[in-house]
Design a protein around this ligand. Structure first.
Ligand SMILES: [Zn+2]
Length: 383
């Protein structure tokens, strides 16, 4: 097997880094799970406490593409509450080179005269509590009275319980999916450094208010417009737009320096939604994952999708299976982003689109088959 290239900074290969992680300890491969096993695992994972596909399949994608030194190494970024305008903050969580969990998400904070509004709850107790304490400090201890969930994924809603009694609102699809996930939510949070101390009772709190589009808050001298941009990353995507400041909290419409996570996505519509945002009067974009950026970063996601779709379509037209297509595609500079194994799920979603079988739900069976096939092709290529 060719020697894997090293991550800059810590001298670890991607495989070594992966080996250190909790999910590698799961010892889960699609092959080992056998019939029905993956569905069971997915059921246990709902809602996913993070969006890192390794957490679900990743130990299963056995050969990650190596870092490609012909292209820039991704930057790294810190966890911080960034003030973007008066009473407007982005809570950016760490990631990039030296980090391995691609499921670490961001949130927004809008401070009012007597209360505060939050956009997304993050995915683990420690993250949510750290965010809340930073928010209280910035807002002079005012209560958080309202929380909007951008969509139903665990890394955006699993922390909802820590914001109660705030009123939680979302798109109806998001509420529906959170309600579905409640019976499968474990009763506790396992102790993991930086995520949970192992003592928190776990209770998934659903949005109680729903809105289809354009919910406007006038708060702290700012107009904050929550707009529907789906179906894109999911069928319930909301973003927050502040026209006065040309700021967009794009949630998971935007992944910067990360491969977009597409298990529930409608990729072609997502590309259209990105095009619409590119035409909006926006200077600053807060992504759902990655550092605060702008249109230049979002354009890179658009390029990624266009490149991927073109590559996948060629192989679909040539009647290759999704697993063989993913094993054959070379993503080049995008392999240096976090979450390169997402190529598998993203390829499967595009095949579902082309076949006309796409639904809002994860294509569990299709993804599982693709991973098994991808692994066997990659294993056969080992020297
Ligand atoms: Zn998401």
């Amino acid at each position: 097997m060719a020697e894997e290239k090293k991550f800059e900074g810590d001298g670890l290969t991607r495989r070594e880094v992966m080996a250190r992680t909790a999910w590698a300890g799961l010892g889960v491969t699609a092959g080992l799970l056998g019939s029905g096993g993956l569905e069971k695992l997915l059921g246990q994972m709902q809602p996913r406490v993070d969006e890192s596909s390794p957490r679900i399949f990743g130990a299963s994608v056995e050969q990650l593409p190596p870092i490609d030194n012909r292209y820039p190494v991704m930057p790294s970024w810190n966890t911080e509450l960034k003030q973007l305008a008066p009473n407007v903050y982005a809570y950016q969580q760490e990631g990039g080179t030296g980090h391995i969990n691609a499921g670490i998400s961001n949130a927004g904070l809008f401070v009012g005269e007597d209360s505060m509004l939050v956009f997304d709850a993050l995915g683990y107790p420690v993250q949510s509590k750290d965010f809340i304490s930073a928010a209280k400090k910035a807002g002079g201890g005012k209560p958080i009275t309202n929380l909007i969930n951008s969509h139903h994924h665990g890394d955006h809603v699993a922390g909802n319980q820590f914001f109660l009694p705030a009123q939680i609102a979302s798109h109806p699809y998001c509420r529906q999916e959170v309600l579905k996930a409640i019976p499968n939510t474990p009763a506790s949070w396992p102790k993991v450094e930086g995520q949970a101390d192992g003592t928190e009772v776990r209770k998934l709190a659903p949005p109680v208010v729903t809105f289809e589009d354009n919910l406007v808050y006038n708060i702290g001298g700012n107009t904050v417009e929550f707009r529907f941009v789906g179906p894109a990353h999911t069928w319930g995507d909301m973003v927050a737009y502040l026209p006065q400041h040309k700021i967009l909290f794009a949630a998971d419409l935007a992944f910067f320096h990360l491969v977009p996570y597409c298990h529930n996505a409608y990729i072609s519509k997502w590309m259209e939604s990105i095009d619409k945002v590119m035409k909006m009067d926006v200077d600053v974009i807060v992504p759902g994952h990655g550092p605060v950026g702008g249109k230049k970063d979002l354009a890179e996601s658009a390029e990624y999708f266009l490149f991927l779709k073109t590559q996948v379509k060629k192989r679909y037209d040539a009647k290759m299976s999704p697993g063989a297509a993913a094993a054959d595609i070379k993503m080049g500079k995008y392999d240096n982003w976090m979450g390169p194994e997402r190529l598998l799920m993203n390829t499967v979603r595009l095949y579902d689109e082309f076949k006309g079988t796409l639904t809002p739900d994860i294509d569990v069976e299709g993804t599982k088959q693709a991973i098994v096939e991808y692994n066997s092709i990659k294993a056969g290529k080992k020297s």
